[in-house]
Design a protein around this ligand. Structure first.
Ligand SMILES: [Zn+2]
Length: 86
């Protein structure tokens, strides 16, 4: 799995798929931070600090699925909580 794959899963994937992603460098846990106002979507490894160098270029009005499922910031491990209410 590459960073491109991880970004795609976080944008378009299911919650179950998101909990299976791991760092391409070390296999560690992935965390992300998303902020619409700053047009920021940061995906990093919680273990080694390796970072997705992809840019979220799908238009600022599109909310990544991970934000819908887990909120604007989360660590995608088994303790990640679904915050989806709809
Ligand atoms: Zn890593």
């Amino acid at each position: 799995m590459t960073w491109d794959d991880i970004q795609e899963v976080l944008i378009d994937g299911t919650a179950e798929e998101m909990l299976t992603v791991s760092c391409p460098e070390c296999g560690g846990t992935i965390k992300y931070f998303h902020n619409d106002a700053l047009a920021c979507f940061d995906i990093v490894c919680a273990s080694c600090g390796s970072r997705c160098n992809c840019y979220f270029g799908h238009g600022s009005d599109l909310t990544p699925n991970c934000v819908v499922f887990f909120g604007s910031e989360a660590i995608l491990n088994k303790d990640a909580k679904l915050v989806r209410t709809a």
